[in-house]
Design a protein around this ligand. Structure first.
Ligand code: ZN
Ligand code: ZN
Length: 301
């Protein structure tokens, strides 16, 4: 299977001369198959992806990890939305407090955007995913599983299997040892050195489910927004470092880790040394580490 990175930046677009090599657009990854176009997240990278996607009429399946801005802000500019009858399915976690339709439609309501989702001509459906983890079968020879990550107000991590090849897209998530800022658990983060045991149990359970889902996956794209130092300064932001990502990949027996969701302030020069350090650390685990770069493609077995 072939993957293409349309946006690899976290939090907010960061264009400019200092980020031109790794790229400034926010999260969007495409999986190219013969029967469908699969996208993960609709950050600003999806705008250019959409222009390319209009050359055919393959069904589009878009899997949203969560609805923080950096993962959906490109969606109103996704050209296939304007293609008459183009089949587009948008999947995200079912929420009890708001329907998926309301969440996405409100993003384009007056005064935020001139065109409402109701006015787009495509055949657009929103599909809420229950927390059971699937699998679902979006297209021929394709299986998708998902599990909940450790991120404020919940994100989903996805695993996709197509014709015997497998990849996973795991962003945004903190490591599973510190408490997330999530209304279900706590109002504010407790001290890092003294998290309540019941919360540690919930986090351990989330980690087990993630590791089980990743078993046998060849390539995992993982939230590696932070260096270890930056993580220490922001332990409750809901993001990981390469060391955290490698721990999970090691437990699951993953072959290759792809660094992703770079911090907006990280320059290309800083990212180069961040990548170099991560490759060295990966060698200790016997895991290949590669960077994601906007506009680049990789093959997955
Ligand atoms: Zn994000
Ligand atoms: Zn987020």
């Amino acid at each position: 299977m072939k993957l293409k990175f349309w946006g690899v930046r976290g939090s907010i677009p960061a264009p400019g001369p200092e980020t031109v090599r790794y790229g400034g657009n926010t999260s969007c990854v495409e999986v190219v198959t013969s029967s469908a176009r699969i996208f993960f997240d609709a950050g600003t990278g999806i705008r250019e992806a959409g222009l390319k996607a209009t050359v055919d009429s393959l069904p589009i399946h878009l899997f949203i990890t969560h609805t923080h801005w950096d993962h959906i802000m490109g969606l109103p500019f996704f050209a296939p939305l304007r293609q008459k009858d183009r089949m587009i399915r948008i999947y995200a976690l079912h929420r009890a407090d708001a329907s998926l339709n309301d969440i996405f439609r409100s993003a384009t309501e007056h005064p935020f955007f001139p065109i409402n989702f109701n006015e787009f001509e495509s055949n657009l459906q929103f599909i809420p995913l229950e927390e059971d983890g699937g699998p679902i079968y979006p297209a021929e020879n394709m299986q998708l599983r998902y599990t909940r990550l450790n991120h404020p107000w919940r994100a989903l991590g996805y695993r996709l299997d197509v014709d015997g090849a497998s990849m996973a897209y795991i962003t945004d998530t903190a490591p599973f040892k510190h408490v997330l800022l999530d209304k279900e658990f706590v109002k504010a983060p407790p001290p890092l050195d003294d998290p309540p045991p019941e919360i540690l149990d919930i986090l351990a359970n989330l980690e087990n489910r993630l590791v089980n889902m990743l078993k046998g996956v060849h390539t995992v794209i993982f939230d590696t927004m932070f260096t270890d130092e930056a993580y220490k300064a922001n332990p409750h932001w809901g993001h990981s470092s390469p060391a955290h990502a490698l721990e999970i990949c090691h437990k699951a027996g993953v072959s290759r880790l792809v660094l992703f969701h770079y911090a907006p302030e990280m320059t290309d020069a800083q990212t180069d040394s961040f990548v170099e350090d991560s490759i060295k650390l990966g060698k200790e685990y016997g895991i290949e580490v590669i960077p994601s770069m906007e506009g680049e493609e990789i093959w997955v077995n």
